[in-house]
Design a protein around this ligand. Structure first.
Ligand SMILES: NC(=O)c1ccc[n+]([C@@H]2O[C@H](COP(=O)([O-])OP(=O)(O)OC[C@H]3O[C@@H](n4cnc5c(N)ncnc54)[C@H](OP(=O)(O)O)[C@@H]3O)[C@@H](O)[C@H]2O)c1
Length: 376
């Protein structure tokens, strides 16, 4: 009887502790949500040199502003770059919309975006360098990735993901390379480990990553199948695809062909459907997927987690990749473009002031190659 009473009392205290922890957690979340803020009130009240940039104080496309902000000054290890072109990636609309929502809890800003500046991919001219910078000098033409690329100027650590732009590339071509090109290269070379003669399928072959991936897989000697809609079949063929599947007519997961590597930029099939078309030792590389209004709370991360678990129980490898910034890869990609082995496909070019329209277009999910921003 006594033991029963003790157990009952322990259970009561454990339940009480759990309820208290939940209550404290909810209050902490509520406080963190309302305290979540950014530097918007100080942005325009600056005294020094100014420049035009895209700024957003709250989530949502309607909140993007083309405005004057303080021109940045490089630290000892940085370059000051006059941006001549930038490019837009789904990465940017994830930040604009704050989706999937889990991103907000992971440091992007619960109620408002913590960082009010947008953009990553850029190409431009070095205007000044910090005193420790030896690799670059004023006048050099560079390209790569940096936060705040949707602006007239940016500061970038000289040892970060930046490389010299070969003279044979336009600023627009160079700006198109960073995220999409590096992702495609690392998907084909590092994750897919594509070998000459292998059969490689690229789902979403006509988008930013896909147009690079088709050409890179081809340059590795693969037999490439691109999946896109009818209006893009000619484009994908012109990039070197040996076969094209029009997804509006045929479902590649239902066909008889088996692939050594599937690079999936759309992730619109279940893992078991995608596995069905893999050879016994095939590799499925999930790059991303889901349109801007399909992100929900976890977006592609849910499928990535499933793939990591699923992969443990099967012979094939299935998983999501995360592209890694790399100056070496930037240089390699630029050399491939300069030598004619790779062609950045540019769908549309917008002005910096038109960035909301550029992002709205990308959010529709049907860009043909890259959407570029020309910066005056
Ligand atoms: N994991 C990483 O490190 C990483 C890096 C970069 C990007 N990503 C992710 O990868 C994904 C692709 O990026 P992206 O820059 O290529 O995007 P994107 O340029 O917006 O891709 C648009 C393309 O997707 C095609 N598409 C749409 N629905 C399709 C379907 N059902 N089947 C086949 N193709 C379809 C469209 O072709 P149609 O017009 O013919 O429909 C269009 O050409 C995004 O989710 C992005 O967030 C991940």
């Amino acid at each position: 009887m006594k033991i029963k009473r003790i157990l009952k009392s322990i259970l009561k205290w454990i339940s009480f502790a759990i309820l208290l922890a939940l209550f404290v957690g909810i209050i902490a979340l509520f406080v963190a949500y309302w305290r979540s803020t950014n530097n918007c009130d100080q942005l325009t009240a600056t005294q020094g040199d100014k420049m035009k940039a895209i700024v957003y104080c709250d989530y949502g496309l309607a909140n993007l502003k083309f405005t004057d902000v303080e021109k940045p000054t490089p630290t000892d290890d940085q370059l000051l770059v006059r941006v001549r072109a930038a490019s837009v990636n789904p990465y940017d609309w994830h930040f604009v919309e704050g989706t999937p929502k889990i991103m907000r809890a992971m440091g992007v800003g619960l109620r408002k975006p913590k960082d009010t500046r947008l953009g990553v991919d850029f190409a431009g001219t070095v205007e000044a360098v910090g005193q420790n910078v030896t690799q670059y000098k004023p006048g050099d033409e560079v390209f790569g990735g940096s936060t705040g690329a949707f602006a007239q100027y940016l500061c970038r650590r000289a040892t970060g993901s930046v490389a010299l732009k070969p003279a044979g590339l336009t600023f627009e071509q160079a700006a198109a390379i960073n995220i999409a090109g590096i992702t495609a290269l690392q998907a084909v070379r590092d994750k897919g480990k594509v070998q000459p003669g292998q059969k490689v399928l690229i789902n979403g072959a006509s988008g930013g990553v896909g147009t690079f991936a088709v050409q890179i897989a081809k340059s590795y000697g693969a037999d490439v199948t691109g999946v896109c809609s009818a209006r893009n079949t000619e484009l994908v063929q012109s990039l070197g695809a040996d076969h094209v599947i029009d997804y509006t007519k045929d479902d590649f997961t239902k066909g008889d062909q088996r692939y050594d590597v599937v690079i999936d930029n759309v992730a619109n099939h279940s893992l078991s459907e995608s596995r069905r078309v893999l050879t016994p030792n095939g590799i499925y590389v999930m790059v991303g997927g889901g349109s801007a209004n399909e992100q929900g709370f976890v977006g592609a991360l849910g499928k990535a987690l499933n793939a990591a678990i699923y992969s443990r129980f099967i012979k094939q490898k299935m998983g999501m990749m995360m592209a890694q910034p790399s100056t070496k890869d930037l240089t390699l990609l630029a050399e491939m473009v300069e030598s004619g082995k790779l062609k950045p496909v540019i769908d549309r070019t917008y002005k910096l002031s038109e960035l909301p329209a550029a992002i709205a277009y990308l959010e529709e999910g049907h860009a043909r190659g890259k959407v570029v921003i020309a910066v005056e």
